[in-house]
Write a protein that binds this ligand. Structure first.
Ligand code: ADP
Ligand code: MG
Length: 562
């Protein structure tokens, strides 16, 4: 905890200009990247993050660390955004992206000190990034969507060094099967892979259910526990007698009348259930409530009913069973029914859930993740999310690269060649970019307790000799062929990381003035007291409100400086 980058948490200045602004931003960016560096790779360490309310997260996942860290500095946050974009676009490579952007800033700092202009640097970095993306496409390997072996290896690589590592062979199989199941040609939404976390048992007991699990029980004890070969109806409504919209008053003058009134309601509920029976439904999932009387009739007919099913679950049921939801039972016909070989209430880790499985074409599946404790499962879940992301990306793009630092070393070599053709001062920026990429193999070596220089020298000579897939085996320290080892990552993990890392670094480098609204000062503490109005040291123009206050602060700041 001692080396927490305090500077990124709070910043006193109101206005910082010129070299000071640059160096402040670079320092903040480097600090962010430094904070996740030790987690990179198969031998990376984990971090324990304790939130303000005492909640604890133990993780190896770059973007999770940065999100939990409550980072306050605006420049630091731009680096955090790099991780977030990476997470959204590919789901993996968040640490790498942040580490590269920190290193780009560090190398830039050295060049700035040699009086190379920031704009020249920015231009050189952009050119280098573009060249790098092209070079990566050239060394990428084509993967066919039916090549399950490579998909499995990609899924496993994303879990290496994480909590899921022990069971990564099994989990990689589950992930590949899950993504293949939910894929509609090239359109893959991994949200259709539902993850159910169950505390108890070991990771090895995790399984894939080809269907949907609803976190509910059947609505009445008298209904069957299990329906085989079930016709499934989905109702986006309640099975109740609607209350009239208008406030109606019913005057009952004798007991018979009351009975008649109640009988009438019962009759309506019976009719609803009959509508389900008529089309041949065996199980019904209802978005709203199910009246007691309707429950009774459903149970009598042997229909399994579930009430208050969430809209997201309805969506999954639609995808997996092929049923189409109706907004009122009057619309229900046989065409709306879906099918599941089994609808059953089962016990999972002490909770009762409804399993809808053995469907014909499971376009929505459920991964039951088991683990010893909640923290363990949460971390496995994060690794699984990364893994789902890389398999999805590979199926979408069909291109992968060898891992273990191989692409970065290869890029560094080709960028140094390219730099000669660039000439001028930009050449120095391109060379700096090449050096910066080597932070990945260097960090992989460092985290594995190896000598980064030795490793890098060996890697470079292999790549010089044309071994494009030569990478670092973090376990033995040897330089090996990563393709043969089966360490693969999607091409997009690398191209996206380079693009966002470059954009963020360039954006920060081009800033020569930071003008902060009043509440940046001590922002961590004052975050919520909007009523503070202008900046604490407010200048004469300390108008209320964000921007006005900020400008006032700026005036005050400048006055102070002169
Ligand atoms: P990120 O958040 O960037 O994905 P990781 O901690 O997952 O960070 O580390 C990813 C790096 O580890 C990549 O460079 C990848 O190639 C490398 N890597 C993964 N598995 C292996 C392995 N078995 N041997 C060597 N390097 C590996
Ligand atoms: Mg990863």
């Amino acid at each position: 905890m001692g080396n927490q980058p305090l500077i990124v948490l709070s910043e006193d200045s109101q206005r910082t200009s010129g070299k000071d602004a640059q160096s402040m931003n670079i320092t903040a960016g480097k600090a962010v990247s430094q904070s996740v560096r030790t987690t990179l790779g198969p031998k990376g360490m984990d971090k324990m993050l304790v939130g303000s309310s005492g909640n604890v997260v133990v993780t190896n996942d770059g973007v999770t660390i940065l999100k939990e860290m409550d980072i306050d500095h605006p420049a630091a946050n731009m680096i955090v955004e790099v991780a977030e974009t990476q997470e959204d676009e590919v789901g993996d490579g968040t640490t790498s992206a942040v580490v590269v952007s920190g290193e780009l800033l560090k190398r830039a700092e050295e060049l700035l000190e040699q009086d190379i202009h920031a704009t020249t640097l920015a231009q050189g970095y952009r050119q280098a990034a573009e060249e790098a993306t092209d070079a990566l496409e050239e060394i990428a390997i084509d993967v066919d969507e039916t090549d399950t072996d490579i998909l499995h290896q990609i899924a496993a690589t994303a879990m290496t060094g994480k909590g899921a590592e022990n069971a990564k062979e099994l989990l990689a199989d589950l992930v590949v099967n899950a993504v293949q199941a939910v894929a509609d040609d090239d359109d893959i939404d991994t949200d259709n892979v539902q993850i159910e976390k169950v505390v108890g048992g070991s990771v090895e007991n995790s399984e894939l259910v080809e269907g949907v699990i609803i976190g509910k029980e059947r609505v009445s004890e008298n209904m069957p526990y299990f329906v085989e070969d079930a016709n499934v109806a989905l109702v986006d409504d309640a099975l109740e007698v609607k209350e009239t919209e208008i406030d109606a008053e019913v005057n009952v003058t004798d007991p018979d009348q009351l009975q008649e009134f109640l009988d009438q309601e019962e009759e309506q509920l019976k009719e609803m259930v009959d509508q389900l029976v008529d089309v041949g439904a065996d199980a019904v999932f209802v978005n709203g409530a199910i009246d007691d009387m309707a429950q009774h009739y459903l149970a009598e007919e042997g229909i399994l009913g579930v009430r208050r099913v969430k809209a997201s679950d309805m969506g999954r049921l639609t995808r997996s069973t092929g049923a189409r939801p109706v907004s009122t039972l009057d619309d229900l016909s046989e065409d709306h029914l879906g099918f599941a070989g089994s609808v059953a209430q089962k016990d999972v880790g002490g909770d009762q859930r409804i399993f809808v499985e053995d469907v014909e074409d499971a376009k929505a599946v459920t991964l039951i993740l088991r683990g010893g404790t909640e923290h363990v499962i949460d971390e496995i879940d994060r690794a699984i999310e990364d893994s789902l992301g890389v398999v999805r990306t590979t199926l979408e793009d069909g291109k992968v690269l060898a891992g273990g630092g191989a692409p970065e070393v290869d890029l560094a070599l080709s960028l140094r060649d390219y730099a000669d053709s660039v000439g001028g001062r930009e050449q120095l920026a391109v060379e700096a970019f090449a050096d910066a990429l080597e932070i990945i193999p260097r960090t992989l070596a460092e985290n594995a307790g190896l000598d980064p220089i030795d490793s890098l020298v060996e890697l470079r000579s292999e790549h010089d000799a044309g071994e494009t897939a030569a990478g670092l085996d973090a376990y033995t320290g040897d330089v090996i062929d990563m393709e043969a080892e089966g360490v693969y990552e999607p091409l997009r993990v690398k191209t996206q990381a380079i693009e966002s890392a470059t954009e963020a670094a360039v954006m920060l480098l081009r800033i020569d003035d930071v003008i902060a609204a009043g509440d940046l000062k001590g922002g961590q503490v004052d975050n919520d007291d909007d009523d503070a109005g202008g900046p604490p040291a407010g200048g004469p123009g300390g108008a209320p409100g964000g921007m006005g206050g900020g400008m006032g602060g700026m005036g005050g700041g400048m006055g102070g400086m002169m």
